[in-house]
Design a protein around this ligand. Structure first.
Ligand SMILES: CC(C)(COP(=O)(O)OP(=O)(O)OC[C@H]1O[C@@H](n2cnc3c(N)ncnc32)[C@H](O)[C@@H]1OP(=O)(O)O)[C@@H](O)C(=O)NCCC(=O)NCCS
Length: 159
């Protein structure tokens, strides 16, 4: 059984951009120039970027945008990215951060969370599947470097 760990969540700041960019280069560069794309998302006013940390060490980040087709219908939360530093993966950090992002989405009355992930990203598919996401759609050539992607979604029940 995993030891219980305590994490800190905080909104990302400019000072976190180097961490976010380096981690994106490490974990997403096979899909495109995400070391540039992800920091550009950070600067968009609608994007919520959160850091998960332990003491002063950042362990990972996630980005969320809230969307809706019409102003009078419910919102959908779109998870743009989630990344955990390789040395901190597979000990529950990603799960804790994803749950935190779901809580934020609920605070904004989102009833659903969706995302895209690469067809070949087996750890991510297993991770999202375990968190309750279901595959919805396949899209060829989704990523800048041409890989196919799957969209996944999850209903956000009230907690
Ligand atoms: C996907 C990612 C965020 C998961 O974070 P994590 O902290 O390692 O995940 P957790 O430790 O919370 O794992 C939760 C569950 O996910 C699944 N999982 C996580 N990593 C896995 C791996 N490498 N292989 C298979 N299943 C995996 C397991 O079911 C795991 O449950 P278990 O520990 O009881 O077996 C992390 O691997 C990562 O940052 N990957 C690179 C970036 C990325 O691909 N992001 C997703 C697309 S945006």
């Amino acid at each position: 059984m995993r030891e219980r760990e305590y994490f800190i969540f905080r909104p990302a700041e400019e000072a976190d951009l180097e961490f976010i960019s380096n981690l994106s280069a490490h974990v997403f560069s096979r899909y495109g120039r995400y070391e540039k794309i992800v920091p550009a998302w950070f600067k968009e006013p609608a994007v919520i970027t959160e850091i998960i940390a332990q003491q002063s060490d950042a362990l990972g980040f996630a980005m969320l945008v809230l969307e809706r087709q019409k102003v009078f219908i419910h919102r959908e939360a779109h998870l743009l990215a989630i990344g955990i530093s390789v040395e901190h993966q597979k000990r529950g950090v990603g799960t804790a951060l994803l749950e935190h992002m779901e809580d934020i989405a609920r605070e904004y009355n989102a009833v659903e969370m969706n995302l895209w992930t690469a067809v070949d990203n087996e750890p991510a598919l297993a991770f999202f599947h375990k968190a309750g996401f279901e595959i919805e759609r396949f899209e060829n050539g989704y990523y800048p470097k041409g890989q196919a992607a799957l969209s996944m979604s999850k209903r956000l029940e009230d907690t």
